[in-house]
Structures are given as structure tokens and as C-alpha cells.
Design a protein around this ligand. Structure first.
Ligand SMILES: C[S@@+](CC[C@H](N)C(=O)[O-])C[C@H]1O[C@@H](n2cnc3c(N)ncnc32)[C@H](O)[C@@H]1O
Length: 297
């Protein structure tokens, strides 16, 4: 749960096409600038005051999960399994936060390369420091970049993943296009994401208004970006509900995450979904199909 999302967001209203493009770019730039400033101000906030990691997601709480650390690590494994991480993969993690999931993936898989990007320089600085401390700077590269403009990356990837971040991007749809572009033929995109349940109209405070659509539209947008084999699965029972209980134990976070509590008081969480989305870039005929030794998710 990123507190940069507590920012006020303006509505979209644009005129003609050239003006529209530049207005959109400058609105995006100012939104992203504000978001980073807010996140820097809130840098000391943690969802995990008693644990070891600085994950900013809700975690995956199966039976017997008692700590936030374990739940958040379990969520990284759900993503790794869905992405079918293989030895030698080139992986891009978008909206990496402090990079905790990247350290798990490096430890549990053997990617050839893992590049992790976030728009917030404060997050990237901490992630880089941790990588240096653990002597992982050669395998793991942290960079400041926006999910909707990955042009600074001059390489392609076998897997693009994004853990609970795409709902904040302006827009998620623009990210889908960028992810498609930087994926190699036959590559895979995996996200976990926050959105309204089908048929509900709730505006969750962490979801950018432009991304406020259900998993049905989500799948359509992935198809429109060119992806195939689109699968979207709701994880809300094992993510949202137990996370809400966990939040109740974080007395100190009440003042910090006031919007969360207002939202909870109004019982709006019952209208929010949490999904795992998997989508493949089609294989182009000149390149052999990617083979992964792990089974399907
Ligand atoms: C809820 S946090 C999740 C962080 C991390 N994936 C985790 O699970 O701990 C969302 C992250 O997305 C980043 N973010 C928001 N908008 C972004 C954008 N346009 N491009 C890249 N990162 C962005 C935020 O800075 C934040 O680190």
C-alpha cells in the first residue's frame, strides 16, 4: 500500500489531439512529480514495523501465515511461479519499491539479469544500497524509470513482472504497451493488481482513476496491447481480507494511512478485487518458442 497513492488526483479532460498529447504528457509529469515528492516525505512509513523487509504490498496469506514478511514473500513466489521464472531469464520488475522481491527472486532463481525500476528515487537508492551490501550489484540493477516510458532500457526481457504497482501508473494501459514492447518474442507479463470487482464502481484511494476498471476490461486492455493467453485470477480472499486484519494490528499506521481506515469504515473493501494477471507476447515465427522446464501455473 503506497502512500503516494493518497494524493488527490485530477480528472482527465482534454481537447484536440496535439493539445491532448502535450496536456497528457504534462499532466503525467506533474502527477509523477507530486507522487514522488509525497513518497519521499512518507519514506519512513512502513507496513512492517516489527519485521525485516520493506515490502509495500498486501502479501499472500495462506493458512498458517502469521507475519507480514512471510505473506509478502509468499506473494513474490506466486508471481515467480506464474511467470515460470527459468534459469537464465532476463527479468524486468516494474514498480519495484525497495526491491525486496528482487532479492527473493535472485536467491531462489538464477536469472541471467534482473533489472528493477521504480519512479521513486528514494526507493531505488535504498534498493541499490541493499544490493551493494549483499554483493548483488552485478546481477541486479536498480534504475529510476517510469513504467510508462521504458525507453531508457536498451534491451529486451523474457519476463516483465509488476507486483502491486500497475494500479498507480498513469496509465496501466500505457504500461501494458511498454511491457509488450520490451518483451522478447514469446515473453510473459505477470502482474498482481488492485481494481474494482466486476460490476462495482468503487474508487479505491490507491487506484489511479484512469485504471479504475474490473478484471474483464483489464483482460481486454491486455489483448488490445497485443498479448495472448491472457489469464486473470482473483486472489482477493488470500490477499485483501487477511491484509485488512493485519492492518488492524498496526495501531501506529492509523494516522499515516488514514485513508485506509476511512475506506474500511465505509466497508468499501468489499468492492475491491485483487488479481494475478498473466499474458504472453506471441511467438514470432523466426524465433523458436521459449521453453521453460517448470510446469504451467
Ligand atoms: C504499492 S508499491 C509496491 C512496491 C513493490 N512492488 C512491493 O511489492 O513492495 C507501488 C510502487 O510503484 C511505484 N510507482 C508508482 N508509479 C510508478 C510509475 N509510473 N513508474 C514506476 N514505478 C511507479 C511506486 O513508487 C511504488 O514503489
Amino acid at each position: 500500500m503506497n502512500l503516494l497513492s493518497t494524493l488527490t488526483r485530477s480528472a482527465f479532460s482534454f481537447g484536440g489531439s496535439a493539445t491532448m498529447a502535450s496536456a497528457q504528457v504534462s499532466e503525467r509529469a506533474s502527477y509523477e512529480h507530486e507522487a514522488v515528492q509525497e513518497a519521499v516525505r512518507q519514506a519512513k512509513i512502513t507496513l512492517n514495523p516489527h519485521g525485516k523487509t520493506r515490502f509495500q504490498n498486501m502479501g499472500y496469506w495462506t493458512d498458517g501465515t502469521t507475519t507480514f514478511d512471510d505473506a509478502a514473500i509468499a506473494l513474490t513466489r506466486v508471481v515467480a511461479e506464474a511467470a515460470e521464472f527459468c534459469d537464465g531469464d532476463r527479468i524486468l520488475d516494474v514498480g519495484c519499491g525497495f526491491g525486496d522481491q528482487d532479492f527473493v527472486w535472485i536467491e531462489e532463481h538464477s536469472p541471467e539479469r534482473l533489472v528493477a525500476v521504480d519512479i521513486n528515487p528514494a526507493h531505488i537508492e535504498v534498493a541499490r544500497e541493499t544490493a551493494r551490501d549483499r554483493n548483488l550489484s552485478d546481477q541486479l540493477e536498480f534504475r529510476v524509470a517510469s513504467a510508462v516510458d521504458l525507453s531508457s532500457l536498451e534491451e529486451t526481457f523474457d519476463k516483465v513482472v509488476s507486483l502491486e504497482a500497475a494500479h498507480e501508473f498513469m496509465t496501466r494501459e500505457a504500461f501494458f504497451s511498454e511491457a509488450y514492447r520490451v518483451l522478447s518474442s514469446g515473453g510473459r507479463l505477470v502482474t498482481t493488481d488492485l481494481l474494482p470487482l466486476p460490476g462495482r464502481k468503487v474508487q479505491h484511494f490507491t487506484i489511479h482513476p484512469a485504471n479504475n476498471y474490473s478484471r474483464i476490461v483489464y483482460a481486454e486492455k491486455l489483448w488490445q496491447a497485443g498479448f495472448v493467453n491472457v489469464k486473470i485470477q482473483s486472489l482477493r480472499e488470500l490477499v485483501l481480507k487477511p491484509f485488512e486484519k493485519y492492518m488492524e494490528t498496526l495501531v501506529h499506521a492509523r494516522g499515516l494511512a488514514g485513508k485506509w481506515w476511512t475506506f474500511k469504515r465505509r466497508r468499501l473493501n468489499s468492492q475491491v478485487d485483487y488479481v494475478l494477471a498473466i499474458a504472453d507476447k506471441p511467438v514470432t515465427s523466426a524465433i523458436p518458442e521459449m521453453h521453460c522446464p517448470m510446469g504451467p501455473f
